[in-house]
Ligand binder design. Sequence first.
Ligand SMILES: Cc1ncc(COP(=O)(O)O)c(C=O)c1O
Length: 313
Amino acid sequence: MTTQRTVYVNGSFVAESEAGFSIFDSALMFGDVIFETTRAFNGQPFRLREHIERLYVGLRTLEIDCGLTPDGMEAATLETIERNRPCFPDGTDFQIVHNVSRGPLGFYESIFEGGAKPTVTINCWPLTWHLAALADSYVSGVHAVVPAQRSVPSRLIDPKIKNRSRIFYQMANIQAQKVDPEAWAVLVDEDGFLTEGTGSNFFIIKDGGLLTPEPRNILRGVTRQAVLELAQRLELPCQEKNLEPYDVMTADEAFFTSTPFTIMPATRFNGHDVGAGEPGPVTLRLMSAWNQMVEVDMVAQARAYADIAQKAG
Ligand SMILES: Cc1ncc(COP(=O)(O)O)c(C=O)c1O
């Protein structure tokens, strides 16, 4: 088994340890990067085309012409996956990350052969450590905490554009983790309505139905959308609406959604139990439906990765 992962960088494949962005790249100067994280289930990328389409909305908005069509990006992604597949032993699942920046700033153009061009990278990374760290949380649920840091409203930087200018998410994590080192931040907007986590969307369950913030001041997650579709199939009522912290305090259940972990129960909120303080029946039903859809038992997978991580020390 080879352990040398390979990264797509502007049309070439290079060793992961050698892949990178220039210190003169707009990525570093402005956080001027559009990105995506897709994951594989049983080695197959999940909703890759949706991720690529969201990437291209961001690129169009920022007026970055990365030199590839969406079809070309998909082909480069599939080739990156195939080149890295031998690095993932025993079917270990992985994430696929696209980072696309405007490239080196014009001032520095003279040192780049052929001038400054956008920087396109695609890399694969095993989910072993991400999911190992979450194995217990699937069972206990996580503690959601509202930090002082507010979401940046869409009239300033549109959160629907998945970009790397995210210092405010980092601030939110720092503040939430001062309350509880294990806490997951869930932000509110300027009006005090819940928005999203720092890398996830948020749902509550009340009287058997799903409620989730309106898609205005949030990233419209691919997992969020897939959960809404699953809920429809299960004939669970769903509503997108303004939610306040009060609504979580009075909810029966809550959970986060995001690509790497899919559905994570939130069993505490600002130091209080959500409902019975354990993953509730509707959340568990959705998790089970998700597992059936992707043919992976997410909780068992995380547990297996936790065992691997423990053996590896
Ligand atoms: C701010 C934010 N919200 C929501 C999500 C969830 O999106 P998805 O389900 O497409 O991974 C992410 C994912 O990284 C995110 O960064």
